[in-house]
Design a protein around this ligand. Sequence first.
Ligand code: BGC
Length: 261
Amino acid sequence: MYTDLKNKVAVVTGGSKGIGEAIAIRLGQERMSVVINYHSDEEGANEAVEKIEKNGGKAVAVQADIGDEEGAATLLNAALDNFGTLDLWVNNAGMENKASTHELSFDDWSKVMNVNLDGVFLGSKTALNQFLKEDKKGTIINMSSVHDKIPWPTFSHYAASKGGVKLFTESIALEYAHKGIRVNMISPGAINTAINAEKFEDEQAKQTTLNMIPMDYIGKPEEVSAAAAWLASSESSYVTGTTLYVDGGMTLYPSFEKGDG
Ligand code: BGC
């Protein structure tokens, strides 16, 4: 437990399932009050709220499209109306779809960019303004991916968005460090969540992924939310602009395990 998180207020975008849900639940366990954003999965978001409340924590589920300015404002207002302030904003919502780049429609490219990159900008901007207004040393956590550094054929739009998140995060970390506002990233590898469910149902596809993970297993959402709790807490008080790769070693060039290059 990170006791300094108690009674602080967090917004988690895309908190109805997967890594976002695990982060929301973990922050609830840390006794933060949590605004759980969802886009279409109202049931998932309500379930996450119930899990937090069952544990004695506080949370509300709020529908919003984080890819537009209104959506980000809705989430901030939910934090202020329900809990009175804002201490942490987790830009977690993201999407991916597979397509050969020569066939990728501009519409699909734009959708991925809108959620994964515009959403991170809008969420960060909204949080920064509130922190500046309250003169608060708030924290932002941006969820990226190992694909902010590993190229990903047939997911070039996704990789481009995550590469964008990386330099955006580092830029604003530098821009607001003197205010005591910390901005960090978590870049997960292959994690057992709904986004990967279909892929991992196929044993061969699962094995191919496992071959890329030196630690030999698909990560658990809780292993990612543990990193988020640490980055949110004052235990990481001197950490800004950094990326925590939570990937079982996927970014360590795993093919070198079997050869000398
Ligand atoms: C993607 C997963 C993928 C993992 C490793 C993540 O960013 O969301 O679908 O399994 O990267 O390639």
